[in-house]
Design a protein. Structure first.
Lengths: 440, 690
């Protein structure tokens, strides 16, 4: 009886908390400029330590591309206190895992550990920033690895060059115009000094955000962060490229021949606003409307019903200065890429001319809400979102409020944004074709 | 002066701020973390359904999990009735047709699944009331129709058929049947016959008997509040009629009196399935449950464990070798250590697995093994806690397995406290090499001779024989006598005669073939062209993209793998020349160095086995003379791989018989190519070999 009473009381209490439903976090700067975000969630004894550096392929010298991604490899090579090859062993012996990734605007490193190994994570990340060894052995090793990666993911993979080709055609001035993996020649000819200089410029505390998310004690953790990261000296202010593209006013046609494919693809790409802007969210909704899942418009029409396309794709590529929106498809049987293009244009025209149905709108809202919710289902995912929201969208709290932006987007707005950005004369049309056989 | 003091104070302050941390070695992990598991709130319906609610408001979503903790069910001569019941559930209800049900679930962005004694749903919390309603309706008011029944039955029958010759499926079935006995719920299995015994009425009766609330638990996790859950669940599940499932009695499985090999002959096997098994009595609430898990992890719990290191990394016998231990409150269970191994090392693998098990029981594990196993175990245990279903399952386990309330809260500490002695004791208690069954499923004609010589700890291990359905049987006879006067040349001549005769074959200047196969739902196309002038081209495409292409033109050639071109070495050229001869039998006959090794069964046929060279054998049907199979062994990076080509469905083209079905298996991969077209002396051009 007593027990029952108690649990009712608890419930009333938690009912009050219920309405909040948010990811709580705390953020501050160390004296050296390192931004710190703490998200405490003691429901599972798991902790993620991660650092995002505000350096991506766009920060590279046009004659030295591929550096940002190269560093993602190089900075696992070891530090003054961690010998070559030991990084992964230390992670495994503590029951954890680690990884890293690079994109146009940023590079991200993280570890996930049982929470009693939090200090190991902080030590690893502070060592990476404080004492990296940029030496010939590591550079040579990683040059090989990156070359392999480029072969595997870009040169030998069917359709592997599509992202690079889109960027190349969509941007003429902005440093988004070379891909993330960059040029192998640039890397091959780069000197040790070039790498040291890049490290000194971008791998500084005032260019990073440290996220600790999961199960920890706040006071103790702040102290440890201070101890491990505090002594790292602040770096010089970073100059960001400020390049404005001229608007595209006439359709640009491009062709690319991929030796790894048999089926051609048509890719239509549009330059759209940077990821922090409201219109970028609307574009995301349009993309989902067109091609996410088997009941989406393009999939249902082209793959399911008319059986004209083998595959349909629609990808918004979010980035800080500009985003890119790509929609396209692979024809099947006797259909041509022109047929696919016509069908896609017909659907885009519909979005521009009439409101999407109430039911589709509601389904879209449901999908976004589901996606949003599930993206934040692990502490690892939350850490990534927090860092990205702070660094690239200037609002850490978007982790809680981003869904409100989607909710507030109306059917009318979808139509307006489609009209504004998805114009035929503002896009590039990339014919992505199988490499033709030699004449003999 | 004053300034100095200030500076000194400041520097003191700074030193104090950045405490004396030692950066030269990794920080030591803290004590095992306490697990902050939420206590579920509970209530029970009058029909017996127990409901556990774990509120977690971090994300606006909810998960529903219904499990019915019935004792295992013996299905007997209607084995398959549970599978059929499960496959017919979750497809609408008496109140909502299947298509409408699917569409609504999709619109809500939700998932709903109903099994034969379980149900699951997930959705945004704002749709929780509707999703709960849909799930309860589908679970409690299923619409069993004859039409759906026939459809699902056919699917099950087709899958049984497709597994008829599947060595892994046969092995799994016999391993279970021998360990538990065929009259035990965990030992019985579906056959075409038992599935055909099941009627729609049986399905309805199974559902009525076992989909009942007496042992049912509904776990609701997520952004919900208890009062709402209580109200909605009470409304949705009160109509569930109170009932308890019928109970069964069956004899407990027992270990064999002495360690023995139980051999199952599968003539088409290119690898042997080896499993060493014994019966364990392990429940989650047992004191040494975690000790047993650790012992199993060190023996065979992954790529760091002993079995893997020995059988794969050290010996290269297999792609992987593992072990498994199972806890169950209703029944004794099976411990097993297993591997898929090459035919030639079947006997050695048996010995190595037995040795590794024995070493676990006779010697303590090393400090390093124990420490690594613990941290790996702790790490994955901890990381799994993030998933809401883990939290739900823990709450449920505490409830259903009779575990202490703090079982999971103290889990890591208890893992940490386990000693080498504890591990060895658990190994001694749960692993056996004295009363173990070694179930070997494989090709008797190749593996049995050595298997019968296996000794372990100085004692011979006797071999007993079973058929594919775990019935005792006689030792198969592999040595059918070769008829008088038959030799390799006679076999080759008979084959040449059978497919059209020497003069016909010699009249072939070129031929081309198109074939296709399915691989994981994708279409694989094969195009091949050959001429009598050492020209050869083979192109394998997946979904229209060329994956692998080989071209030979006289003494030069190249290979393209996923777009990358590589010229062939002289050795490769020689090998392809040999392999690509239009009718290699003509060459074998001319060379005269092929030997007849005897008669063997392949599938249902008796065949002559011709040894072409050390790495290749070819098999010809005794009766028809046709080529039915080629087996070759290749070495790639120190590992040996057996690749088998099977030929079937011979049809005549331009007076010559060609196989229209070509089956290829390499390791665990199987492809069945259906030939679409063969052309003789047409459709091949010199440019095909450029």
């Amino acid at each position: 009886m007593k027990k029952h009473l108690f649990s009712t009381l608890t419930l009333v209490f938690s009912g009050v908390l219920l309405s909040a439903q948010e990811v709580n976090f705390e953020e501050y700067d160390l004296d050296n400029g390192l931004h710190v975000i703490l998200h405490q969630d003691n429901s599972a004894p798991v902790v993620t330590t991660s650092v995002m550096y505000h350096v991506g392929s766009k920060d590279e010298d046009p004659d030295k591309t591929g550096f940002a991604h190269f560093f993602e490899h190089l900075l696992f090579e070891g530090t003054k206190n961690i010998e070559r090859g030991e990084w992964d062993q230390i992670t495994a012996a503590n029951g954890g895992r680690n990884n890293a990734n690079t994109f146009l605007d940023r590079t991200y490193y993280y570890e996930v550990f049982p929470s009693n190994s939090l200090e190991v994570g902080l030590w690893l990340e502070s060592e990476r920033l404080m004492h990296p060894i940029i030496g010939q052995v590591g550079v040579d090793t990683q040059k090989e690895v990156v070359q392999e990666e480029r072969r595997l993911r870009t040169d030998n993979a069917p359709y592997g060059a599509f992202f690079e080709q889109i960027l190349k055609n969509l941007y003429t001035k902005h440093p988004y115009r070379w891909g993330v993996i960059g040029s192998l020649d640039h890397l091959a000819s780069a000197t040790l000094d070039d790498f040291k200089k890049f490290n000194k410029t971008y791998y500084v505390p005032n260019n990073g955000v440290l996220v600790v998310a999961g199960d920890f004690e706040t006071a103790k953790t702040k102290k440890m962060i201070e101890d491990y990261f505090g002594p790292i000296p602040r770096g010089a202010e970073i100059k960001r490229p400020d390049v404005k593209e001229d608007p595209i006013t006439e359709t640009k046609f491009a062709k690319y021949y991929d030796p790894n494919i048999q089926i051609p693809a048509i890719l239509l790409a549009y330059r759209t606003p940077g990821q922090g802007q409201r219109d970028a969210y609307v574009i995301n909704m349009i993309s989902t409307y067109l091609s996410d899942g088997e009941s989406s418009k393009l999939y249902k029409k082209l793959v399911d019903e008319k059986k004209m396309a083998l595959q349909i794709l629609s990808v918004p590529i979010d980035a800080e200065d500009y985003s890119s929106y790509i929609v396209g498809g692979l024809p099947v049987g006797d259909n041509s890429i022109q047929d696919i293009k016509n069908e896609i244009d017909e659907e885009i025209l519909k979005i521009q001319m009439e409101l999407i149905s109430e039911k589709d709108y509601q389904k879209l809202q449901n999908k976004f809400e589901n996606q949003f919710v599930n993206a934040n289902s692990s502490v690892e995912g939350i850490a990534n979102s927090l860092a990205e929201n702070y660094m690239l969208k200037d609002d850490t709290n978007l982790i809680n409020t981003e869904i409100d932006i989607y909710r507030s987007i109306t059917r009318e707005e979808i139509m307006e944004v489609a009209k504004k950005y998805l114009k035929v004369n503002q896009r590039i049309e990339l014919e992505y074709l199988p490499e033709q056989k030699d004449a003999n | 002066m004053k300034k100095y003091i200030v500076l000194a104070a400041l520097s003191l302050f700074i030193t104090a701020t950045y405490a004396q941390i030692n950066r030269t070695t990794p920080p030591k992990p803290g004590p095992a973390p306490q697990i902050n598991l939420k206590e579920p709130a509970r209530f029970e319906l009058l029909n017996g359904l127990k409901v556990l609610v774990v509120e977690n408001h971090k994300l606006p979503r909810v998960r529903l999990q219904l499990s019915i903790d019935n004792p295992p069910i013996l299905e007997g001569d209607k084995a398959g009735v549970s599978a059929l019941t499960g496959s017919m559930l979750g497809k609408g209800s008496k109140n909502i047709p299947k298509d409408d049900f699917y569409e609504e679930v999709d619109f809500l962005g939700a998932n709903i699944y109903i099994g034969d004694q379980s149900a699951f749903a997930s959705s945004l919390s704002k749709y929780f009331p509707r999703v709960l309603e849909l799930m309860a309706d589908a679970a409690l008011n299923p619409d069993f129709t004859q039409e759906e029944f026939e459809k699902e039955k056919n699917i099950i029958l087709t899958s049984i058929k497709s597994e008829e010759k599947d060595v892994s499926a046969i092995a799994a079935r016999v391993q279970g049947a021998l360990a538990y006995g065929k009259n035990h719920p965990y030992g019985e299995f579906m056959t075409e016959e038992t599935v055909n015994n099941v009627t729609l009425m049986d399905v309805e009766e199974f559902y009525r008997s076992y989909f009942v609330p007496a042992n049912a638990y509904l776990v609701v996790i997520g952004d919900v509040d208890f009062d709402t859950v209580k109200e909605l669940v009470t409304e949705a599940f009160t109509p569930w009629t109170k009932a308890a499932p019928p109970s069964f009695s069956y004899t407990d499985p027992k270990d064999v009196q002495y360690t023995q090999i139980n051999f199952v002959d599968v003539p088409n096997a290119v690898q042997s399935e080896v499993a060493v098994e014994n019966i364990t009595h392990l429940k989650m609430k047992d004191e040494d449950y975690l000790d047993a898990l650790l012992a199993n992890r060190i023996l065979g719990g992954g790529s760091q464990a002993r079995l893997f290191k020995n059988l794969r990394e050290d010996k290269g016998y297999t792609y992987g070798s593992y072990s498994g231990i199972r806890a169950n409150k209703f029944s004794p269970m099976r411990f097993d250590a297993f591997a898929q191994v090459r035919n030639a090392v079947t006997d050695s693998s048996v010995v190595e697995i037995l040795k590794e098990i024995d070493k676990m029981t006779s010697e303590p594990v090393t400090d390093e093994e124990l420490a690594n196993a613990k941290s790996k175990y702790a790490g994955s245990f901890v990381m799994a806690l993030e998933k809401p279903e883990t939290v739900a399952n823990y709450a449920l386990n505490i409830e259903t397995e009779g575990l202490p309330k703090d079982f999971y809260k103290t889990y890591l500490e208890r893992i940490d406290a386990i000693t080498k002695d504890d591990v060895q004791k658990a190994a001694q208690k749960y692993f056996s090499t004295t009363n173990a069954r070694v179930v070997v499923t494989g090709k008797g004609s190749e593996v049995l001779e050595n298997l019968e010589k296996v000794t372990f700890k100085g004692k011979a291990v006797p071999v007993l024989f079973y058929d594919k359905y775990a019935n005792k049987t006689e030792k198969p006879d592999y040595n059918a006598a070769v008829p008088e006067g038959m030799d390799a040349n006679a076999v080759l001549e008979k084959y040449i005669e059978a497919i059209g005769g020497e003069s016909k074959l010699e009249g072939v200047d070129s031929y081309s073939m198109m074939a296709e196969a399915e691989m994981q739902g994708m279409k694989l196309e094969l195009e091949m062209k050959k001429t009598s002038k050492d020209q050869f081209m083979q192109d394998v495409k997946v979904m229209g993209n060329s994956m692998q292409k080989q071209v030979l033109d006289g003494d030069t050639g190249y290979a393209m793998v996923q777009g990358q071109r590589k010229d062939l070495s002289p050795e490769e050229v020689a090998k392809i020349k040999e392999e690509s001869a239009a009718f290699p039998e003509l060459n074998y006959l001319a060379a005269g160095d092929v030997t007849l090794e005897g008669i063997e069964p392949v599938g249902d046929r008796q065949v002559y086995k011709l040894k072409i060279n050390d790495s290749k054998s070819v098999f010809y049907d005794v009766e028809t003379g046709l080529k039915v199979q080629e087996v070759s062994v290749q070495e790639v990076q120190g590992q040996q791989f057996t690749s088998t080509l099977g030929y079937d469905d011979y049809k005549e083209v331009s007076g010559i018989k060609f196989p229209f079905i070509i089956k290829q298996s390499v390791g665990p991969q199987n492809f069945e190519f259906k030939v679409l077209e063969i052309k003789v002396n047409e459709g091949v051009d010199a440019s095909d070999f450029k």
